[in-house]
Design a protein around this ligand. Sequence first.
Ligand code: RP5
Length: 190
Amino acid sequence: MAPRLRGREKSAIARFPQPADPNPVADPRAEVAIIMGSQSDWATMRHAAATLAALGIAHEALIVSAHRTPERLYAFAKGAKSAGFKVIIAGAGGAAHLPGMTAALTSLPVLGVPVESRALAGRDSLLSIVQMPGGVPVGTLAIGKPGAINAALLAAAVLALADADLADRLDAWRAAQSEAVAERPADGAS
Ligand code: RP5
């Protein structure tokens, strides 16, 4: 049974408007939800948002903490499919149970991004997310910014299966990436 939510808490999750900054506008077309355990995760997860934006994929970023806002997590995950999301990207650090808990509550694909923790450089996050027992999968990406970018690219690949225009944009993105790689290294280049 869904938890009973009170006034402010209830309105905070209605079609998942933003918890303040930095991404305050709910987009009714959003197919990808980017959730994260804390505002502090945004420095990493913003790279997923930027990659989706570059590919023209509507998305929504939300703070949903498994341990600080468990009822928000429950309401989000149970309602994500009917809200129109098709893929969930979940970033968390430390004892990072957000992706696994989300996957337990929805049949949507969940991609987990281990956020680089201060104490253990993200190894704790990685192991917390990647070691799901068989039966409830979380697709786990690399620690930090590369994982956030790749989560967005994987989400794009999933959506592109049913969206030929997006498939073309994704191919173009990959081609541009290839073209940007010089054949020879040079001093001062990055
Ligand atoms: C996790 O705890 C979050 O995902 C974050 O990576 C970590 C630290 O959170 P803050 O203490 O910075 O809010 O829940």
